[in-house]
Design a protein around this ligand. Sequence first.
Ligand code: HEM
Length: 133
Amino acid sequence: MDQPVKLFRMAEVAKCNDSKQTYIVIHNAVYDVTAFLNEHPGGEEVLLDQAGKDGTEAFEDVGHSTDARDMMKKYKIGELVEEDRVETKVKPPVNWDTDKETSSSSWKSWIIPVALGVVATILYRSYFIAQGH
Ligand code: HEM
């Protein structure tokens, strides 16, 4: 089921820089947005500005929604070859980082039992102190 990922050189992407064939690189993945130019809510000019280039920064500057990020999967045609990949200065938003989510939910998962334990101890002790009198 898993198709091998098609690899592109930046030089190949750079050739597809007009409205006839529009490739854009975002987070080291290659997108063919030719058919999307007319549909892009942000307009075709901004896409053509980034055509044949790495548009990661421009894309993240806009703060695209999760819907937009889902939508772009449809246009992904491959990834950059190892040599042409760049460490992007712009980090994807936190909700892309599943590690962070699990660590915060594991924090929440122990704080509630601990709090209940503390409350139970206080109630238990005050009950016995009350009995003692
Ligand atoms: C395959 C790639 C892309 C997809 C699927 C996409 C999708 C979208 C969508 C769905 C919106 C509506 C607002 C939202 O949901 O966030 C939007 C707005 C916008 N996009 Fe993109 N976009 C892509 C690439 C880009 C790139 C490379 C730029 C470069 C500057 C860009 C610039 C903008 C701008 C300026 C807006 C308008 C924001 C506004 O009016 O508030 N987009 N895009």
